[in-house]
Write a protein that binds this ligand. Sequence first.
Ligand SMILES: NC(=O)c1ccc[n+]([C@@H]2O[C@H](COP(=O)([O-])OP(=O)(O)OC[C@H]3O[C@@H](n4cnc5c(N)ncnc54)[C@H](O)[C@@H]3O)[C@@H](O)[C@H]2O)c1
Length: 273
Amino acid sequence: MEDLTDRVAVVIGGGSGIGRGIALGLAAEGMRVVVADIDAASAEAVRDEVAAAGGRATAAGVDGTDRQSLGRLADDTVAEHGAVNVLSTNVGVVADRPLTTASEADWAWIIEFNLLSAVRAVDVFLPRLRASGRAHIVITASLAALLAPPSVAGIHLGLYTATKHALLGYAESLRGELAGEGIGVSLLCPGMVQSNLAATSARHRPARHGGPLPPPPAREPLATSMAPEAVGPVVVRGIRSNRLHILTHPASLGLVDARHATLVDDFAFFADA
Ligand SMILES: NC(=O)c1ccc[n+]([C@@H]2O[C@H](COP(=O)([O-])OP(=O)(O)OC[C@H]3O[C@@H](n4cnc5c(N)ncnc54)[C@H](O)[C@@H]3O)[C@@H](O)[C@H]2O)c1
């Protein structure tokens, strides 16, 4: 989708971190941005930040894991703005559990937040995206959709990695299904970005998954972490060029190459019967 000016974007999980960076980036291109978050106050703060930078945004509270709540967001967006052209899904959680001790409850929580939240948002918004003519969906996954990092900053990432890999298969398949309709689909695969993910994961764990967890210890952002404001322009570029993968850390190619090499090697091993 080349021309973003005056078009409408909905950024779910837009009150913090990567979603905030995307909201700021899309607004800087002249889009009207609906910043939606379970923490409505954070969405309002980002709305005000957009306005202070000369952009246009509104704020909304939403539970991105709940179809009814998403439905109200979609209805309100169309009522207020007339269309939805870009959908950005950012809801996700990180749970520090080794796979060998993860429980059914751990899996249910992380699958719902990391995978099903995107599926539900797409299901609910797709009729509005179709009705709006040209549209684009950006699903935030992670570099962990493309490789299997054992841990980052001591946090076990197996549950996270498995669900982010599922998003890769989902987004790529969805892109194929929607290709004939003028609706682009991209998977955003960031490396480390400064955010509040550990804290919001703990704070917003709903009662059906065991309720909020104690706040995690505060950690200094890794020196190599990207500023969320730098993510927005990369996403804009990905939407404009309708790329399948949107990559904020291209220097990570070596890690993906190394992983791919093991796959190629396994093919060669079994071809050599
Ligand atoms: N920070 C990183 O290094 C990094 C890297 C790769 C991918 N990601 C992914 O980016 C996405 C955003 O994470 P972040 O790091 O920016 O974290 P963040 O905590 O800063 O932002 C997440 C936002 O989602 C909101 N949220 C949580 N539950 C919600 C719900 N049910 N409904 C609506 N909003 C909800 C939170 O309130 C918060 O504003 C996640 O999917 C995460 O896995 C993060």
